[in-house]
Design a protein around this ligand. Structure first.
Ligand SMILES: [Zn+2]
Length: 256
């Protein structure tokens, strides 16, 4: 649980990750705060827009549609990898979603399938809309995926969250399919690696390549629900093996 970053802190966090940020209009004060809460925040949500062309995409995300007033997110990530800030505060991007998913995000644990839509996601998530048709064929340029990774990592770093705090809209709400064209598991692994690498760099300690790689791996492992689940399993098995060993020792003692 966290208080949302100020607009300036949000902007600084994005720039600190090396992103090209475009400020659109009075983005700091363009929001839906008059209709509901913004915060406490727990994570970052990634979307695709089903649009093409950066100008049309940015305008739509800023202004919204007749049935859904803007802003439709905080940052729009266009195909050229730029992040366009269109609003700040409550935004119409997440909609109602699954409270069990929210709890998993808070715990940074494994995500259950989204099968409810009762929790107000617009109050709880930062949102990035990414320019893509979402048809599974429209390509995702490397520079755009890199920007998704950095933008999500920026917010995580600012809040002290791991990559498990980043979800796709499809993981939040039944029937949603976005983002389509890459998997959120892959993106979380990238974000975790990014957070780990920067962490090793900013510590001010000179690390050997092996040490830096090990730290990066550890960071990634800590952040990924899949790895954490596996570690729990290993711990459980280790306990079982210890129990077996005691049983065998007891048996041997009895025999003697
Ligand atoms: Zn979406």
């Amino acid at each position: 649980m966290a208080t949302p970053l100020t607009a300036n802190a949000f902007l600084s966090a994005l720039r600190a990750e090396g992103l090209t940020v475009v400020e659109v209009g009075d983005w700091r004060n363009h929001n839906r705060n008059h209709v509901g809460p913004w915060g406490p925040v727990h994570g970052v949500m990634i979307h695709h827009t089903v649009t093409s062309g950066s100008t049309a995409t940015v305008n739509l995300c800023r202004d919204g549609r007749p049935d859904l007033p803007g802003p439709l997110c905080h940052g729009v990530i266009t195909k050229d990898g730029r992040v366009h800030l269109v609003g700040y505060g409550r935004a119409n991007h997440a909609g109602p979603g699954d409270p069990d998913v929210l709890q998993a995000v808070i715990d940074e644990g494994p995500l259950p399938p989204a099968n409810e839509a009762t929790e107000d996601g617009n109050a709880r998530f930062y949102g990035f809309e990414c320019e893509n048709l979402g048809d599974g064929e429209d390509p995702w340029p490397a520079v755009q995926l890199e920007a998704v990774e950095r933008a999500a990592a920026a917010v995580c770093r600012a809040h002290g969250w791991g990559a498990a705090s980043v979800i796709g809209h499809l993981e939040w709400k039944p029937q949603k399919i976005d983002p389509r064209g890459f998997t959120m598991a892959d993106m979380r692994a990238r974000i975790a690696g990014h957070l780990g690498l920067r962490h090793a760099e900013v510590n001010g300690v000179i690390l050997s390549d092996d040490e830096a790689a090990r730290r990066q791996w550890d960071e990634a492992a800590r952040s990924l629900p899949e790895v954490r689940a596996l570690r729990d399993e290993v711990r459980h098995l280790t306990t079982k093996i210890d129990d077996l060993r005691s049983l065998v020792e007891q048996a041997l003692t009895t025999r003697r």
